[in-house]
Design a protein around this ligand. Structure first.
Ligand code: NAD
Length: 307
């Protein structure tokens, strides 16, 4: 039997919105907050989600705080404070459980975890994989950093949003696993785009070529679930004008985190570095807000990107 919790959910964007809805549907008392009024209005009207006027209001009296924010600076500002405004870590009562599912630097996750430990707040970094489809379906993969004890407390809540939960190690380890995964994803989306562009330049039907490669040694997640060519896969962002999904600028952020980390630990990541540059060029051309699979446009002229 699931013990129902009072949960604050901060950051209700492409991922956070559907994750919060799944918790709400599971019977938890969810109070959401997002800086975007439009996002809040839509979730309140379409899903009946209770919306607070501020993050501080949202966390009042809750057992669990979940954040799904864009980047390290947003997470640090919210939990640790900024511009003289105190962070949530100085407001939450001891014993609260904090779950940060944003993709941020492992070093930032460790800073937040240290502040939590000082305030006797349980805290895990729990970034996700699985895209917006996984967020809606409640089948995300969580990669968790923190103590096993804190993860055990979080597990019943995570299980309402995801199908796989991995304990990667201590604080920050979830974020490290996540950037390794996303560096691979960024590279494989480019590789898949390049192979499809080569086939199309030779007159091959991208649907037929995709199916051949999907069932051959080139088979991968992009070909299975997220084909970058418009019209090949009805449910993929490519078939919806590259709207929604996982933004090019978010992928660029993750590839940047991987490069920063590689510099720190002296790891060689040549393909990750090249991928970062190609996504950066794609973003500079005006495509930062489009789904990352629009990077096909870098190798295939005529793909309807913003440029
Ligand atoms: P998004 O831009 O759609 O949503 C982020 C939301 O956070 C926005 O609605 C924004 O208004 C809100 N926000 C920013 N600062 C805030 C603050 N201080 N208080 C309250 N709300 C605030 O991004 P997303 O696609 O939902 O991604 C969120 C995180 O999840 C990112 O770290 C991303 O890297 C990661 N992620 C995304 C995907 C994906 O497929 N979109 C997949 C895995 C992980």
């Amino acid at each position: 039997m699931t013990i129902l919790k009072k949960i604050a959910f901060i950051g209700l964007g492409n991922m956070g919105g559907p994750m919060a809805i799944n918790l709400h549907k599971a019977g938890h008392t969810v109070t959401g907050f997002d800086l975007s009024d439009d996002v809040c209005k839509r979730l309140s009207e379409e899903a009946g989600l209770r919306i607070a006027a501020s993050a501080e209001d949202a966390v009042r009296g809750v057992d669990v705080v979940i954040t799904m924010l864009p980047a390290s600076r947003h997470v640090e500002a919210l939990y640790l404070g900024s511009n003289g405004r105190p962070g949530l870590m100085s407001r939450l009562p001891a014993g609260t459980l904090v779950i940060d599912s944003s993709t941020i630097a492992a070093a930032s996750a460790r800073k937040v975890a240290e502040a939590a430990a000082q305030a006797q707040i349980a805290c895990i970094d729990a970034p996700v994989s699985g895209g917006t489809g996984g967020a809606v379906a409640g089948t995300l993969t969580f990669m968790v950093g923190g103590s096993g004890q804190d993860l055990d407390r979080a597990r019943p809540v995570l299980e309402k949003m995801g199908a796989n939960i991995f304990h990667a190690g201590d604080a920050g380890a979830g974020q490290t696993a996540k950037i390794c995964n996303n560096m691979l994803l960024g590279i494989l989306m480019l590789g898949t785009s390049e192979a499809l562009a080569l086939g199309m330049a030779n007159g091959l039907d991208p649907k037929v070529l995709s199916e051949i490669m999907r069932r051959s040694s080139g088979g991968n997640w992009a070909l299975e679930k997220y084909n970058p060519v418009p019209g090949v896969m009805e449910t993929a962002p490519a078939s919806k004008g590259y709207a929604g999904g996982f933004g090019t600028d978010l992928m660029l952020k993750d590839l940047g985190l991987a490069q920063e980390n590689a510099t720190e630990v002296r790891a060689a990541t040549p393909l990750g570095g090249l991928a970062r540059s190609l996504y950066a060029a794609h973003s500079l051309a005006g495509n930062g807000g489009l789904d990352f699979s629009s990077v096909l446009g870098v190798v295939r002229p005529g793909v309807p990107t913003a440029s």
